[in-house]
Design a protein around this ligand. Structure first.
Ligand SMILES: *Cc1c(COP(=O)(O)O)cnc(C)c1O
Length: 386
């Protein structure tokens, strides 16, 4: 028997080591990782600079409470602001970052209603779960935190109708990740942001999955011509060391006055030393343009494959190195994922029938070619005939 709650559906493999963009399981089988541990290991495994940052800090000091100054938090916060007028609050996970965002928005506006979207995913704590627009995730946990309203994604008319004088904030993902790799529509988002601005509604962007270079820019919102009031981050920020962050516009800073919100571990020295190094590596022109180039390589390979009648690919969506392939059915998707795994390629699922690819941003061009070859082989039974 297992001494664990069965809340995760676990496959019967265990990874015991990782190097670069590959994982090795207990039996010694090697896998090319197109999951990044669900968007976490953006710089792959065993990265020497991250190892050094962690080891150095580990031999110096692990933790101090937030009763004292913390220059590492200041450094990471400045890097996250990236030249804009944001201040940061640090926590340990995505859900916690969203909790902070919801609390900040209600306190800053004195209003309670928060608009989110169907199919969204914002985390599993009460506030973050209540923000999540999926009834299957709420089931059995009612009553939820009150005053969340779920609207269809990319629908402006319904949004305008739902907004009222008690609306504190609207919260959304730039690309709905867990929900099926569904990108926000550019025009919709610009109009929504304008409407928020006009009515004093805070715009909260959840970039827990899309942030930290995943889409080819430090933040995905940069490609949409909008600017959030509040931004939440986690997954890729610590490359496997638990850390979350909420950024808020400078004018919201005083809302979180001393004693209003906090976290014992938030901004822990080990986490900050790694996050600092992650940002040092990711937020450079060279690194981000390489992500964009590799994205083009992956998308064009996938488009060629989708042109093959037998491939079963119904749609290709995403941005940067966050890609969704819509397959015909749930059954076909699960069969596909099993075969890919057998051939040494790890992939993820999103929504009901979407194959989600989240390779590390450090993925090499040859490794993208290998992944495309495996996918092609599994989907059409051999290479594409020229
Ligand atoms: C993963 C995820 C979360 C939740 O993060 P946790 O660290 O699991 O709490 C929230 N929002 C989005 C968009 C995510 O992808």
């Amino acid at each position: 028997m297992s001494f664990l709650f069965p809340n995760y559906k676990r496959e019967s493999i265990e990874m015991i080591s990782g190097s670069g963009n590959y994982l090795t399981d207990r039996s010694g089988k090697k896998y090319l990782d197109f999951t990044s541990g669900i968007g976490v290991m953006n710089l792959g495994y065993n990265h020497p600079k991250l190892n050094n940052a962690l080891m150095e800090q580990a031999s110096l000091l692990w933790h101090t409470p937030n009763l004292y100054e913390n220059h590492l938090q200041e450094e990471v916060a400045e890097k996250l602001a990236n030249g804009k007028d944001y201040v940061a609050y640090f926590c340990n996970s995505g859900a916690e970052a969203n909790e902070a965002a919801i609390k900040l928005a209600r306190k800053a506006t004195g209003k309670t209603k928060v608009i989110t979207f169907l199919n969204s995913f914002h985390g599993r704590t009460y506030g973050a779960m209540s923000a999540t627009g999926q009834t299957s995730i709420h089931a059995g946990f009612q009553p939820l935190v009150p005053d969340f309203t779920y609207l269809p994604f990319n629908d402006l008319a319904q949004f305008k109708q739902a907004v009222d004088s008690n609306t504190a904030a609207v919260m959304l993902e730039m690309i709905q990740g867990e929900g099926g790799v569904i990108p926000a529509n550019k025009k919709w988002l610009k109009e929504l942001a304008q409407c928020c601005h006009d009515k004093g509604i805070l715009l909260i962007i959840d970039e827990i999955q899309t942030g930290i270079g995943r889409t080819g820019t430090l933040y995905a919102y940069e490609q949409y011509g909008i600017e959030p009031d509040i931004l939440t981050l986690a997954k890729g920020l610590g490359n496997g060391i638990p850390v979350g962050a909420m950024l808020g516009k400078q004018e919201l800073a005083d809302t979180f006055s001393p004693g209003t919100h906090g976290s014992t571990f938030g901004g822990n020295k080990l986490a900050m030393s790694v996050a600092n190094q992650v940002l040092e590596i990711v937020n450079t022109q060279n690194f981000l343009s390489a992500v964009q180039e590799k994205s083009q390589q992956l998308f064009s390979g996938l488009s060629l494959l989708a042109e093959e009648e037998d491939s079963g690919i119904q749609d290709i969506r995403g941005l940067g190195l966050m890609v969704g392939l819509q397959m015909e059915s749930e059954e076909k998707l699960l069969q596909l994922m099993t075969k890919l795994k057998e051939q040494g390629l790890l992939t993820l699922r999103a929504g009901k029938n979407v194959l989600r690819l989240l390779p590390p941003l450090t993925i090499k061009k040859e490794e993208i070619d290998s992944a495309l070859a495996i996918l092609t082989n599994v989907l059409i039974g051999g290479p594409i005939n020229e």
